[in-house]
Each structure stands twice: as C-alpha cells, then as structure tokens.
Design a protein around this ligand. Structure first.
Ligand SMILES: [Zn+2]
Length: 283
C-alpha cells in the first residue's frame, strides 16, 4: 500500500539495493513499500560488521545477505531477490593486506562459493562483481578482469544474471564488458550494468542490460529510448553516510510521479518493473 493509501496499479521493482544489519534494514524496506514498492534485488556489500579476509568470511557475508532477504520478505511480504558476490573494491583492500596473489585466489574462491549458493537456489544472481570504479595499478586491473571473467563464466554455466560494478560506462566500456561476457559464455540479456547511465538502445550499450540509477531525470531519459532497462537506487543503508545516495523510496516515488504525469504508461511500467526483472533474474 502506498503512503496515500492507494495501491499502484502495477508492481514497482528496485533492481539494486543494499541493506545492512547495522543500518535501517527492514525499516528502509518498509519505507520503500509504503511509497509503493513491491519487489527488490538485495545485493551483498562489504558489511560494517564483517571485515572480509578469507573465503569463509565472504561466505558469512553472503549468508548474511540471504538472512536479511528472508527477514525483509517475512516482515513486509515484499518480493526479495538476492545477489551475492565478492565486491570488486575488496580486491585492492585485500591485496594490501594479503598480497595480490592471495587476494586474487580469495576473490576467486568467493566467486565459486557465491556460484554454489546460486546453484542451491539461495540466491538468484552473482553481484555485484566487476572491477574497481577508481584507478588501480596494472596488476590489480588485470587481476580484477580475471576475477570478473571467472564470475561471468560461472553465471554462464548456471544461467543466472551477473550484476556488474565497473568504472563509468562509456561506449568503450559497454563494448568491452559485452565482449567479455560473450567470451565467457554469459547471456547478455542476463548481464546487468549496475549504476548505468540512461543508455537503453542495444546499439549504444552493446546488448548489456542497463539498470539505470533513478537520479536526476535519468528514468525519463531512459524511457524516451525504450523499455529495455530496470531502475535502481543503489541504496547503501549506511548510517555513517546519510543522504550519500538515493533514499529507499526513490524508485516508487519517481515511477508514480512519471505515471501521474502521463510520461510513463501502465504498459511501460509492467514491462520495466515486472517483465524485465523476471526475464533477467528469473529461472
Ligand atoms: Zn551497489
């Protein structure tokens, strides 16, 4: 039910959200729901309470994400999907502590562990995986690409989605990621560019599936190019950084605003918020 006490006539899905046991977690999900949200992709993140130094630590991290998802869906009835994977920013940090080789093999082991949990049906996607969005040295960059390629290979074998965290998506970046996915045997329809600019046409994003950040007019811009995209907040649920990212109610608010102004039709809303997530993340 929305804040105003009326049900939106269509589902509303946030394609990339983080929750943290040390943040608002269920309460943030309730805010999303009150604004009209019906489903979300819950993505693992480096949690405040777990500093990762081994594959076992990563597994504890992924299990925490699964538990949070269960908790949210039990308490809210929201449809919660789960993405788990070694976050790309962990590699430089781990390399500083363990050396690059050990860091690399730990990330690889974590990718395998995440894949196993997807195979067991405990999560639906590998994510967010990729490479750092900030400059790193050549050896770290190469290792990041290797880890990413391994993740894409695992996703390809499992037939699941891979949610990519990378540097800013320029045409060159889209093209490179698409060819990496293809080489790894991963379906481009299930290769999601997280934090995507509103670049919707396949000739512009090289077939990757855009998850568009719902900030400043991006939803409208994406919509003017078609409906092959999802929308996300990348809410991080970190009390130490309030207001650092879009709030949990942003996707439903923007969606309902565009709908009430006649910019988004009901048919388009069903496509973006129901059909696309089912196609990309579903069995
Ligand atoms: Zn994220």
């Amino acid at each position: 039910m929305s804040q105003e006490g009326r049900h939106p006539p269509f589902p509303i899905f946030d394609a990339h959200m983080h929750l943290d046991p040390d943040g608002r977690n269920v309460e943030a999900a309730m805010e999303f729901q009150r604004a009209g949200g019906t489903g979300l992709m819950l993505v693992s993140k480096p949690y405040q309470s777990i500093t990762v130094g081994s594959v076992d630590d990563f597994t504890r991290n992924f299990e925490l994400t699964v538990r949070l998802a269960d908790d949210v869906s039990q308490k809210t009835g929201l449809k919660v999907m789960v993405a788990i994977g070694p976050h790309p920013a962990e590699l430089p940090r781990l390399a500083g502590e363990l050396g690059l080789e050990k860091a690399r093999s730990t990330m690889m082991g974590a990718m395998q562990a995440a894949g196993k949990m997807v195979a067991e049906g405990r999560a639906q996607a590998l994510g967010e995986i990729g490479r750092p969005h900030f400059p790193v040295d050549a050896a770290l960059w190469e290792a990041s690409n290797e880890i990413l390629a391994a993740g894409l290979g695992i996703a390809g074998e499992l037939g699941c989605a891979a949610i990519l965290h990378t540097e800013t998506a320029t045409p060159e970046v889209f093209e490179e990621l698409a060819s990496m996915a293809r080489r790894a045997g991963q379906d481009l329809e299930r290769t999601v560019k997280h934090f995507s600019p509103p670049v919707v046409r396949k000739e512009d994003n090289f077939g990757l599936f855009p998850s568009v950040l719902a900030g400043k007019g991006a939803f409208e811009k994406a919509l003017s190019q078609g409906t092959r995209f999802m929308v996300e907040t990348d809410y991080i649920d970190d009390n130490r950084r309030p207001g650092a990212v879009l709030g949990p109610a942003t996707v439903p608010r923007r969606t309902l605003d565009l709908f009430s102004r006649g910019i988004l039709t009901e048919e388009q809303a069903f496509k973006i918020h129901r059909d696309n997530p089912e196609k990309v993340f579903g069995k």
